[in-house]
Design a binder for this molecule. Structure first.
Ligand code: XMP
Length: 512
């Protein structure tokens, strides 16, 4: 595997991603992880990430110096290069000219020695820079392998008697797409220089995880809350492959789900061999939510009620499966250091602590698209793998104001039409998320010569890559017209449909 030491760069996750794309497993650890701990991972290479600080002065971040004695090939990127240069006796100082964005590198092929292996098949080309400091004095025993107009020492490596150390540094960011030959550089480093074999695949991941889960669970029994979403489903199927019937899945129908959701999810999951209990908890959720209009109050009540209902399903189980993904894990370890605890999952937070359950998180090393690839390998239907995200509080935050069963049903019927049409036209896969919102507003209409005074429904569809920022999806007018016609004609209680054209920020994706 490859260890990425995180010095707080916004691109650290991207480095890990690129390495995995090359087919090599990589893990991010905080910059100050002790060398002893790193050794336990038995890494084939170490990459030092970029970071916002300076290597000199206050706020500078330093790795455990012993990492330089592990005998593992190292590549420093941006701040990482500066850490390496300083460690080996070079000097880094503030650059009179900061460099942000595109720059052109000249690869040094004529210094008399053999050309750098790092730059094999890499021509003079565009790279992405983002730095205010630069190397001003070379460390002894290093040579320059590429330069840009602003940093003569833009790529350096240990050479001569130090060459065997296999230590390299790049001032630019090979992990971003604007560095045209970035992937080639990483590949040269990992495969040609560090000698790693690209053998990470969903299949090898599954085999490895099955062993790990068996070892972690021992003879114990395991409980898993499934929501019908991608993460919990893939996690559950993976654990059931490892321990079979000793996994007990619980699907809580809180009465805030999409139309026929419980039935559909059971249909999808039954053939996968899961043992599932479907808990019909609609009455208790709706009772507790009665006359509650505040979005935050609704969320709190739903969270508490979920824990209450789920707890009743726990008997002799010792472990709880959670579909935590890698971005949640790194967000919480990052530069703040290994002492930070992992963020608890918002939907089942509090459960493991209260019930003294130990966590099993088989997906905690994966990015979302890797989860999908693993799910595919496990035989989970595309229907589930390609689903839009669905919020934990469900339709409670899409029926604005206080809830009633009738209003939930109106929303469900309308939303079913919207989603059905999106799927029919292939637009479903082109948007990040699409749904309907029932407004607490009535408007006047006319239907068959009769005046109506009914509900307004808003349609929302957004494009996004992580849900943090989003733009409204520019769905074709013809399409919107079909959906609107169908909803007004087919759904009793709606006489007007509006389309939400707000981006996030300043709006949010959900309305509540
Ligand atoms: P917002 O509305 O904050 O939504 O722009 C961003 C993403 O998060 C989802 N979301 C939630 N998910 N519990 C969840 O599990 C929640 O309380 C919650 N609120 C919003 C939302 O659907 C979107 O994908």
């Amino acid at each position: 595997s490859v260890i990425v030491l995180d010095f707080g760069s916004q691109y650290t996750q991207l480095i890990a991603r690129r390495i995995r794309e090359i087919g090599i497993y990589s893990e991010i650890v905080p910059y100050n992880t002790p060398a002893e701990k790193i050794r336990e991972h038995n890494p084939g290479a170490i990459i030092l990430s970029g970071g916002p600080n300076s290597v000199y002065g206050e706020g500078s971040l330093h790795p455990d110096e012993a990492i330089f004695t592990l005998g593992v090939p190292m590549l420093g990127i941006c701040y990482g290069l500066q850490v390496i240069a300083t460690h080996f006796g070079g000097r880094v100082d503030v650059s009179p000219k900061q460099e942000f964005g595109r720059a052109k590198i000249l690869v040094n092929r004529h210094d008399g020695a053999a050309a750098s292996m790092l730059f094999k098949d890499v021509p003079d080309s565009d790279v992405w820079m983002s730095h205010g400091d630069k190397v001003v004095d070379m460390p002894e025993g290093f040579r320059v392998t590429a330069s840009s107009s602003n940093s003569e020492m833009c790529a350096i490596e240990a050479s001569g008697s130090k060459a065997a150390l296999k230590v390299y540094g790049l001032q630019f960011h090979p992990e971003v797409q604007h560095s045209l030959y970035g992937k080639q550089l990483l590949q040269n480093f990992l495969i040609d220089i560090a000698g790693l074999t690209p053998d990470w695949s969903p299949k090898s991941f599954i085999e490895h995880q099955i062993e790990e889960i068996r070892e972690a669970a021992g003879e114990g029994t395991v409980i898993c809350g499934i929501s019908g979403g991608v993460d919990s489903t893939v996690a559950a199927v993976l654990v059931s492959k490892a321990i079979g019937e000793r996994l007990h899945c619980v699907f809580v129908d809180n009465g805030l789900l999409r139309k026929d959701e419980g039935k559909k999810v059971m249909e999808f999951l039954k053939p996968l061999g899961l043992r599932i209990t479907l808990v019909d908890a609609e009455d208790i959720f709706l009772k507790r939510l009665k006359s509650v209009a505040s979005p935050e109050k609704k969320r709190k009540i739903i969270g508490r009620t979920f824990i209450h209902v789920f707890e009743e399903q726990i008997h002799e189980e010792k472990f709880l499966v959670q579909g935590t993904l890698y971005p949640d894990v790194i967000e919480s370890v990052s530069v703040k250091g290994p002492s930070e605890t992992i963020k608890s999952h918002h939907n089942v937070g509090g459960l493991p602590k209260r019930m003294k359950l130990k966590l099993i998180e088989p997906l905690r090393e994966l990015f979302k698209d890797e989860v999908r690839a693993v799910g595919r390998e496990l035989g989970i239907p595309e229907e589930i793998l390609m689903r839009h995200p669905f919020p934990g509080p469900g339709l409670a935050v899409r029926v604005l104001g206080s809830l009633t069963r009738e209003r939930l049903d109106i929303l469900r019927n309308a939303d079913e039409i919207f989603i059905e049409e999106l799927k029919k036209t292939g637009l479903y896969q082109q948007v990040w998320q699409a749904f309907s919102v029932l407004l607490p507003v009535q408007s006047v209409g006319v239907m068959g010569d009769k005046r109506t005074y009914e509900n307004v429904l808003a349609l929302r569809a957004v494009e996004s890559s992580d849900g943090m920022t989003a733009d409204w999806a520019h769905l074709p007018h013809e399409f919107l017209s079909t959906v609107s016609n169908r909803i007004i004609n087919e759904v009793r209680g709606i006489n007007r449909v509006a389309y939400d054209i707000s981006s996030k920020p300043p709006a949010t994706i959900e309305w509540e």
